[in-house]
Design a binder for this molecule. Structure first.
Ligand code: SF4
Ligand code: SF4
Length: 387
């Protein structure tokens, strides 16, 4: 797998420490969304459907670093929106790297080349470039021609400047196993790490038709791995082999939503990066007040088709610590079973129905923004009177 030995050792030591301390719930990757504004409007995106005052909101450098300190996860993913639009993204990343946390700065790369000077190469910093397939599939997925070429040029410029670069692909049902395998060949030849995940069926996404069901996901990944074995390609996948084994239908995992807590302009998001069912003001409150048992496949309708890496990679990591022999049995993709019966599927019949909370949450945030503006105007008035 393409995660550096340095990162594997540090994250492994962190997981071992949490296990020795007897903690059953701890974060592995903090998802820090410093803004929701983006310079693309991908039809499969569930993160940008907000009114302008929310899209214009930014987390400050201090708020971002406080979140990193409060959470303590060894890895910080910085998605969005498009984080390179944030004017202080250089300072945010520098502050996280100074804390010796691994930063994965997720970007669609449209601004990457122009903004490379804001960053310094470091073993703790990775650019994670959104690349949903080869040219035709990617440009289609992001609904803008020419973006693939821009992303590849930016990746090469970042590599030439000494940065670590990964690509991340969200897979929908309009890609064949052959197309995904060709993409994995291409990205491996490009010398980048690859993160790949079935798209989560966001209720706010413009295009809801092309999300994969769990059954289709498992069959697709079995076919992809079969092709990989036939081609004998050692793809640069940045995932644990146990997560890939789960994607191929060989594990009946439940997700670990607290493994990837999320802080964004609303606050700390309940219960996970993919689902916004409520917000609290601290990480402690998130961990202590979220009713974790209400979420997950088989428990909640919105979780029915989820097999996304942010929910299940922490489950695989914790499984590897509890059952190290599994890692010896399946050290890489070539050992993943692609034939025969799959692990039993989770029964969905008792999942509680989806709750419609989006409008209420947006309204609460809009009221908060209006009140903050009023308070700022009053403070300004007072300062002018005093002067
Ligand atoms: S680039 Fe990412 S954040 Fe922007 S619209 Fe596309 S999926 Fe959403
Ligand atoms: S299954 Fe888990 S990770 Fe996926 S959306 Fe539900 S709570 Fe989040």
């Amino acid at each position: 797998m393409s995660v550096s030995l340095h990162q594997q050792v540090r994250v492994g030591a962190y997981v071992a420490k949490q296990t020795l301390m007897g903690r059953d719930k701890y974060p592995l990757v903090l998802f820090l969304e410093p803004l929701f504004r983006c310079n693309l409007a991908c039809p499969g995106c569930g993160k940008i459907d907000y009114p302008a005052p929310i899209l214009n909101k930014r987390l400050s450098v201090q708020e971002c670093l406080d979140a990193v300190d409060e959470c303590g996860a060894p890895v910080v993913a910085v998605p969005g929106g498009e984080p390179l639009i944030h004017k202080e993204i250089g300072e945010i990343v520098e502050g996280i790297v100074a804390r010796k946390k691994f930063v994965s700065l997720c970007t669609n790369a449209l601004l990457l080349e122009k903004k490379l000077h804001l960053f310094k190469p470091s073993p703790f910093l990775f650019f994670s470039v959104h690349l949903d397939g080869l040219e035709e599939e990617h440009d289609h997925a992001v609904d803008q021609k020419g973006t693939f070429k821009i992303a590849i040029k930016a990746i090469k410029a970042a590599q030439d400047a000494g940065f670590n670069v990964n690509v991340n692909a969200t897979i929908f049902d309009n890609m064949t196993a052959e197309q995904v395998a060709d993409y994995l060949d291409f990205a491996t030849d490009l010398g980048v790490g690859i993160s790949i995940s079935p798209g989560y069926a966001y209720e706010r996404a413009e295009d809801k038709e092309h999300f994969l069901s769990r059954e289709k996901t498992k069959n697709l990944f079995r076919d992809i791995f079969k092709i990989g074995k036939e081609r004998g390609r050692k793809w640069n996948l940045s995932h644990s082999s146990l997560f890939l084994n789960f994607l191929a239908g060989n594990e009946e995992y439940m997700c670990t939503p607290w493994g990837s807590p999320t802080r964004n302009v609303f606050g700390w998001q309940k219960p996970c990066y993919l689902l916004g069912e409520g917000y609290v003001s601290s990480f402690k409150e998130l961990m202590e007040t979220t009713e974790w048992d209400k979420y997950g496949t088989g428990k909640y309708e919105k979780c029915s088709n989820c097999m996304a890496h942010c929910g299940y990679e922490p489950t695989a990591a914790m499984d590897a610590v509890k059952n190290p022999f599994k890692m010896f049995k399946i050290p890489n993709m070539f050992k993943i079973r692609t034939e025969g019966p799959m692990a039993p599927e989770i029964d969905l019949t008792n999942a509680r129905p989806a709750e419609d909370v989006h409008e209420e949450l947006v309204e609460a945030e809009m009221t908060k923004i209006k009140n903050e503006k009023k308070a700022a105007a009053k403070d300004k008035e007072k300062a002018e009177v005093a002067a």
